[in-house]
Design a protein around this ligand. Structure first.
Ligand code: IVH
Length: 673
């Protein structure tokens, strides 16, 4: 390959790109892959190699360019070519008929109206702009007129073509504005939330929030990992004469169009299609919250126009929220890594929102009392937007008298030590500092993805390692030998080697990840990072006082106390000592914030007023990442006041005290130094 001439390389590159685009379309759009993932990866690797040799042959629409974007300080605003409309909602057959009556009254008498019915996907609207067939820009809906530029993030979505697929000889439209929904498939959503739970991060309430959170990431590499997808459902500029023809055109260009869209000759047929969609809803790989009914002919759409932001030619029929009735077979307790006993209802399995539900969280003692939930009760549960199903209410009419009241035990189900309920808390905790549940759950947390990220070490493996008495705490993981692992059930040579390699690799995890992995109460991933950046190493952090810690932005007295008490426990210090000797990272290395020569390093910044482009939270995080402390009030100790429009008393105070005042431009200039 090395001796290819440039012309030959160019040809080979184009050939690889065509092949890759075809396989991406087969895999992500049509769901009919023809080659294995490994074969696909090889094509991409070959292309990448050639492009590295001939960088001037790289084009922005190359499949290798999906994740190339840099971390942006904020999103730029984009004005849509034509506004992105929203939809009015209807909830019953009667209201659907009403919609049709209004459509007819807005059109010349006797006009035949054809409709298109399609699923309403629960994600967020996006407009994609193609110039001469090449993807150039993507924007969120925003307020309908102005959205946010999310081009680099959207580029990572594999079901979106970066170049339109054209028939031989076909010319690409000069400008095409494709509208559709960016969404997160259910499986990706469940996986993401499981990872977040393991990492002690808040779960997303539903796939829509997860999709929105993932699309609005300043770092496209994060978006890429979130497995977003896209359904096209409309054309802004460049539409055909009917909606159906536009949908056919979009499919030909290589887009996924909303699945199961169909034409209906009249409103009765529309209703039949709605019922059909409601039936298949649960079997889909993504969430839908209704059905969209659209007038097919564009001339009719234009004649009907819009009222405010809602078109008169389209409407959303919203499905009723999903609920199911089932029986509480038992109430069990799970002990978490902080020692909290969480009651969980064991349910007779029922289908709900596309999955089989057999557990529901009962949160705490008060929740059970308030709802008067008893073992044997018939209950109604829902999953409307919730990840973990919840008991809504008890069907009291169905009580037989055989139901059993549940009382919280006085002792921990894992270790039999007494439990306590602290004043002002709803949680009940085990009092045994060495409760086996703490060790087990703590280890599960330690190895989780956002902590030490040890692959192949899920809860089942942890349980086996504990049962075999191979590990008691996290340091023991690093002493494991291959022979020991081979004695474990279902652990073959290869998986043992992989596990040991993953454990070894985890020694490279940065200090903030390790700090998070330790599982100090109230120290989540974000707090761990703040502490790691602020103190730089474990010894400095160990010596910090509660007062000093609580003076840090985002660190409240609860966290401060928890950190101080963690370091006051001798067995914790012993563990840290062992981890250090084993070669784990006990200090921040080579990250922003530890560069002591950075102009913001160790400086105190105060933000006031509205900046032209940066939002306050983003700017503060950027400053903290550079090693600055961010404070809420101006004093003699303040080094910089970053002032935006309508800065008030803080600016005056800064001027009085002679503190340096800078604007957003200067802030960005210093930050980038
Ligand atoms: S059409 C004028 N079609 O629902 C037409 N919207 O509640 C405007 N949505 O903002 C949209 N699936 O984000 C249309 N098949 C579909 C849709 C759909 C989901 C979303 C879209 C819109 C919101 C309105």
């Amino acid at each position: 390959m090395d001796d290819l001439s440039k012309a030959q390389a160019a040809e080979k590159i184009e050939d690889l790109r065509t092949q890759i685009r075809r396989h991406e379309h087969l895999y992500y759009v049509l769901d009919m892959p023809e080659i294995s993932d490994a074969e696909y990866d090889e094509l991409v690797a070959n292309l990448r190699k050639l492009e590295n040799q001939y960088p001037d042959l790289i084009t922005p629409d190359s499949p290798t360019m999906r994740v190339g974007g840099h971390v942006a300080p904020s999103f730029k605003e984009v004005k849509h070519i034509t506004p992105l409309l929203s939809l009015g909602n209807v909830f019953s057959a009667e209201e659907v008929r009403d919609f049709a009556r209004k459509v007819h009254s807005g059109l010349p008498e006797g006009t035949k109206v054809e409709y298109v019915v399609e699923p309403k996907i629960d994600g967020l609207a996006c407009s994609l702009i193609y110039e001469k067939g090449r993807f150039v820009r993507a924007a969120t809906r925003g307020d309908g007129t102005i959205g946010e530029d999310v081009t680099n993030n959207v580029r990572t979505i594999r079901s979106i073509p970066l170049t339109l697929q054209l028939a031989p000889g076909e010319r690409a439209p000069g400008l095409l504005d494709v509208r559709g929904e960016v969404y997160m498939p259910r499986r990706a959503f469940m996986r993401l939330n499981a990872e977040r739970v393991a990492a002690d991060e808040p779960e997303f309430a539903n796939p829509r929030n997860a999709a929105a959170g993932s699309l609005r990431q300043l770092n496209p590499q994060i978006t890429e990992k979130r497995s977003l997808s896209f359904f096209a459902y409309a054309v802004g500029l460049g539409a055909q004469e009917s909606h159906a023809e536009s949908m056919e055109m979009l499919a030909k260009f290589g887009f996924r169009v909303s699945e199961g869209w169909q034409k209906a000759k009249n409103i009765e047929e529309v209703w039949q299609l709605i019922e059909k969609h409601e039936k298949v809803r649960a079997t889909l790989a993504y969430d839908t919250d209704g059905v969209v009914i659209k007038v097919n002919a564009v001339w009719q759409q234009n004649l009907l126009g819009a009222t405010g932001k809602d078109p008169r030619w389209a409407v959303a029929f919203k499905f009723p929220p999903e609920q199911a009735e089932t029986t509480v077979e038992d109430i069990i307790l799970q002990v978490g890594r902080t020692g909290v006993l969480t009651p969980t209802a064991v349910l007779t399995p029922v289908r709900l929102s596309g999955s089989t539900i057999s557990r529901a969280t009962l949160h705490n003692e008060d929740f059970i009392k308030e709802k008067d939930i008893r073992i044997g009760d018939r209950v109604v549960i829902n999953k409307a937007g919730e990840i973990i199903p919840e008991v809504l209410w008890v069907v009291f009419e169905k009580r037989t008298g055989q139901e059993k009241e549940f009382t919280m035990p006085a002792n921990c189900p894992e270790c039999d030590w007494p439990v306590v309920r602290r004043e002002g808390e709803a949680a009940i905790r085990c009092t045994n500092p060495h409760c086996p549940a703490l060790g087990r759950e703590g280890l599960i947390h330690f190895v989780s993805r956002d902590a030490m990220n040890i692959d192949g070490c899920g809860p089942a493996v942890i349980n086996q390692l504990i049962a075999a008495e191979l590990v008691k705490d996290s340091a023991d993981l690093y002493l494991l030998q291959k022979e020991q692992l081979l004695n474990i059930e279902r652990m073959g040579e290869k998986s043992a080697e992989n596990l040991l390699a993953a454990i070894e690799e985890s020694k490279k995890q940065s200090f903030d990840k390790l700090l998070f992995a330790l599982g100090i109460r109230h120290v989540g991933a974000k707090v761990a990072r703040i502490l790691a950046l602020q103190y730089g190493n474990i010894d400095a952090l160990r010596q910090a006082s509660t007062d000093e810690l609580s003076a840090i932005r985002d660190i409240g007295p609860k966290i401060a106390e928890s950190v101080v008490s963690y370091f006051a426990v001798p067995s914790n210090l012993d563990l840290l000592y062992r981890l250090k000797k084993l070669g784990l990272n006990m200090e921040m290395k080579g990250v922003a914030g530890t560069d002591t020569s950075h102009p913001f390093y160790g400086k105190t910044l105060v933000f006031t007023g509205t900046m032209p482009t940066l939002d306050r939270a983003t700017a503060q995080t950027m400053a903290q990442d550079a090693g600055a402390k961010v404070s809420g009030s101006v004093s003699k100790k303040t080094d910089y006041v970053v002032a935006g429009a309508e800065a008030g008393s803080k600016l005056t105070k800064a001027q009085e005290l002679g503190v340096k005042v800078i604007d957003e431009t200067e802030f960005m200039r210093l930050l980038q130094q």
